[in-house]
Structure formats: C-alpha cells, structure tokens
Design a binder for this molecule. Sequence first.
Ligand code: UDP
Ligand code: GLC
Length: 383
Amino acid sequence: MRILFLDQSGKPGGAELCLIDIAKPYCNHALVGLFADGTFKDLLQQNHIPVEVLATQAIQVSKESTLAQGLKSLVKLAPLITKVVKKAREYDLIYANTQKALVVGAIASFFSRRPLVYHLHDILSKEHFSQTNVRIAVNLANGFASLVIANSQASKTAFVQAGGRKDIVEVVYNGFEPKNYQTDESDINKLQQDLGLEGKFVVGHFSRLAPWKGQHILIDALSKCPPQVTAILVGDALFGEQDYVEQLHQQVAKLGLENRVKFLGFRSDIPQLMTACDLVTHTSTSPEPFGRVIVEAMLCGKPVVAAKAGGAMELVEHGLNGFLVTPGEPQELAQVITTCLQETEITATIANNARTTASKRFNVATINQQIAQLLCNRLSLPA
Ligand code: UDP
Ligand code: GLC
C-alpha cells in the first residue's frame, strides 16, 4: 500500500513520534509530507522514512482561530494544496496526522480521488480548541475521511460528542518497542552522576513546556515534599510558549527551589533519563488525549503518577499499575510522591506490573497490525 502521510509540524511532538512508528512498515512505498522544516524531518531520515518538506511558509492558524482567520489562511494554502494534490496521485491513500494536515488532506483527497484517513491525536473539546477549529475538523472528517483513528477512547468520545460520525472512528493506542526502554546500568549511573542526582529521590517530568502540561503543578507540589525530593523537567517549549518558561523559572526562584529543580531542555535520551528517576509524573491540567510519557515510564519500570482525566485514565489503574491524582491539585500530588518515597516495596511491585502489562498492551508490532487491518478492511485497498 502506497501512503502519503501528511503532518504540519517540523518539530517532534507526541503525534509526530507516533507517526514514525506508523510510517516505518510502509517506508518503501511511502512519503511523509511536512508543512514545516525542522528536527522532525531529521528524525524521519534517521529512521529511513522518505520525507519532503512541502511548505516553506508557516501556516498561521492557531488553536483559537476564528472562521475569518481560517479562511484567510486557506487562500495562502493554495500552493501547498496544489502540490499535495499532485503528489497524492502517486499514492493509494492520504493519511493526515494533524489538524492542518486534515484540512489540506481533505481538499487533496477530493481533487485526487484518493481516500483519506485522519489520525486524531487530540481531544476536540473547548478545553483545547476554539469552537471554529472543532467544527472545521469534525466537518472535514465527516465529509472526507473514510476512517478516523482516535488515539484513545477519550479522543473518540470527544469527536463523537462534537458531532463526529461514529461509524468511521476506531480507537488505536500508540505503539512502543519495549526493547527501546531497556537501558544499561552503567549509562544510568553515569547520567545520575553528570546531573548530580545521586542520593536524591528524583521525580521526572517529560513533556514540552506548555501551560496545560502543568509543570507548575509539579513545582508547587515539590515545595510540599521532603527536601530530598528533586525534580528534572525534560522538554522544551515547542510551540512558542516562552512566557510560560519564564513563569516556571520565576516560580522556582520564588519558592527557593533552585537546587531541587533542573530544566534539561529537549532530550533524545528519554529511556535513560526516565530510568534515572525514582518516579515519573504527568500533570496535565486539561484532559490528555493519550499521554505517551505515561506508557514510556511504565516501559522503563518506573512508578508513574498521572492526572486523572482523558486518555490517562485508560492507561493507569490507580494502585495497580500506577497512581492517579486530581488534575491541578499540587497537595494531592505531593502526598502521592511522599507515599512513593516511603513505601518503596509496594511502589516497585506496581511499577513492575505496569512494565509487564504495558509491554503487551502497547506493543508496536500489535498496534501496527491493527492499523494495517483497519486500512485494508475500511478502504478495500491492496495490502
Ligand atoms: N519527548 C522527547 N524529548 C523531550 C520531551 C519529550 O523526546 O525532551 C517525547 C516523550 O518521550 C514523548 C513525547 O515527546 O514520547 C511527548 O508525547 P506525549 O504524548 O506525552 O505528549 P504531547 O507532547 O504529544 O502532547
Ligand atoms: C498528541 C497528544 C498526546 C498523545 C500524542 C500521540 O500530541 O497531545 O496526548 O499522546 O498526540 O497520540
């Protein structure tokens, strides 16, 4: 099956990292068309996935856009759409991985007469998007997509609640290669030494720096934890959230936590860094559509505390394979962190359970099979 994947981002967010795993099995007959240049292109190339940057001009539609702004940018999109229509004729299928890719992909699907698949990585609700953006995404998916792949039940439910067609949407979780999360003990010791983490109880947060990812909740919680609890914040502001980064640094200074919080920026050694932690926290204040970091922490055998909303509730069962806390409640988070610090045996058992079940449930080979089957059954295309 020849697939033209489309993604608007030049930077590797979770949706883009997921796309690498999805595109890999098709790499001999596929192209990933990006609407921006950047490090995501390099990552695709490292994975031997053909990639082309199709747009050089940034597409100015934000999550809060109005209809007028949207229409204006549609006119600007004309050269990109023309390019995508031409490309699509060389492929059997268009696979849109982001919302702007859906807009371009839907129009290209119409003109090239190629079926469209939309991989929905978002919860289409007012907590995340303007009403206009939700309406555009739902209408385009309803009108043009043969299949919508939702990254969780939570994303599927929000899609249907916003008027999305039930008959075209299927849930497929992100897939992971468990082997990638097995690390060398000597590498971890070295990392702990380099980062000055020895002898500390290290809580890790792995996410781009953005207000709804809630790094401020962890910092606040830290001030309520015993002094040996230290945090590493791994990730960068990928989509221009510089004010938030500034606020986080100010919060750390105000609470006098300079020696207990380390900002590590964007890193590519996530399995090693997670393994160097005692605990991984997820603190999103709006419902997380899926939450790759939660599964990754489980695969590293680390206890994980996640914010109880959205897709995270499908990944974590409190007390069985992790812990769930009320989103936006630093006091509750501090309590769970302190319990994990004290109850090491139970916590380790929970983390081990999580590793075993996550290795099976989110195995990339099984997930890729599910996608291949859906593409074949729903689109009646050659395998
Ligand atoms: N990640 C990374 N380097 C960083 C921070 C995060 O590679 O410095 C990865 C992380 O391991 C995860 C992804 O980025 O695979 C984030 O995906 P998630 O679903 O957790 O959140 P998103 O950012 O997509 O909303
Ligand atoms: C999006 C979501 C995240 C999800 C990822 C992969 O970036 O914000 O929750 O894990 O896509 O599906």
